[in-house]
Write a protein that binds this ligand. Structure first.
Ligand code: ADP
Ligand code: MG
Length: 251
């Protein structure tokens, strides 16, 4: 059964149709790459799926439920989490705090438990702290844990963002250009992380402009053009498709 099903998604900005009746489905456990020329609607597709913008028409089904228009927070609670093309970490916080604060249900937010500061709450705080430390270590960010995020390189920020979304323990992870502006060494590292997460069962959809990295990594490729699905299939087939070659050369 598909984990994500998108049917006839339409999104217009003024007179411009960014998504034009886009339909596609992703099975649980898949690692899917989304490519397409600039302006093809890739980020808008993520925005509509993840509740960042409301589609004008169409339906998004996640894990069997209609989630069209649900907020990103609500979707995160049900297991769908996304990153942004431009990283959104808080630059005035340290790496460690950025990861910790990504955790869901920060009990301190609830007035009564905060006043009582119960044992349960302390336990939860400790769990968050431990998980954050684990992720920081796993992503080899330990030597940067106390640095302000503003001091990180572009690639290190992408790693930090990945660590942050993993605090939410997603079933479906949407990554918008995780390799953009990242040097080749870190690109390989991030690609390895993505593959390992997928091997552990996480369903992942990633948008990428850099074809080489993408085609080596994914099982399935989807090509968008002008808000529509141009071609989809296994990477080798998709890349040798005349329509895809034309769309890329025609840029
Ligand atoms: P991609 O990620 O494939 O490069 P986008 O989804 O970002 O493409 O954009 C698709 C089209 O929609 C582009 O022409 C873009 O300018 C337009 N667009 C995207 N978001 C907005 C927005 N918030 N307001 C106006 N136009 C937008
Ligand atoms: Mg984009």
């Amino acid at each position: 059964m598909s984990l994500l099903e998108v049917e006839n998604l339409v999104k217009e900005f003024g007179g411009l149709r960014a998504l034009d009746h886009l339909s596609l489905s992703v099975d649980r456990g898949e690692l899917v790459g989304v490519m397409g020329p600039n302006g093809a609607g890739k980020s808008t597709f993520f925005n509509c799926v993840s509740g960042v913008v409301l589609p004008d028409d169409g339906q998004v089904t996640f894990d069997g439920n209609d989630v069209t228009g649900d907020s990103p927070e609500k979707l995160a609670q049900t297991g769908m989490v996304r990153t942004f093309q431009h990283t959104r970490e808080l630059e005035t916080m340290t790496v460690r705090d950025n990861v910790r604060l990504a955790a869901p249900d920060q009990s301190g937010e609830h007035t009564i438990p905060a006043l009582l500061h119960t044992d349960g709450m302390k336990k939860q705080e400790n769990m968050v702290r431990d998980r954050a430390d684990e992720l920081i270590e796993a992503f080899e960010l330990d030597h940067l844990a106390d640095e302000y995020s503003s001091n990180l390189s572009g690639g290190q920020r992408k790693l930090l963002e990945l660590a942050r979304v993993l605090m939410l323990e997603p079933d479906l992870l949407l990554l918008d250009e995780p390799f953009a502006g990242v040097n080749p060494t870190l690109t390989r590292e991030i690609a390895d992380r993505i593959r390992a997460l997928n091997d552990d069962g996480m369903t992942i959809i990633l948008i990428e402009h850099e074809l080489e990295t993408l085609t080596e990594l994914v099982d399935h490729l989807v090509v968008l053009e002008q808000g529509r699905l141009l071609v989809e299939g296994i990477p080798d087939e998709v890349l040798s498709d005349e329509r895809v070659i034309e769309a890329y050369l025609g840029e």
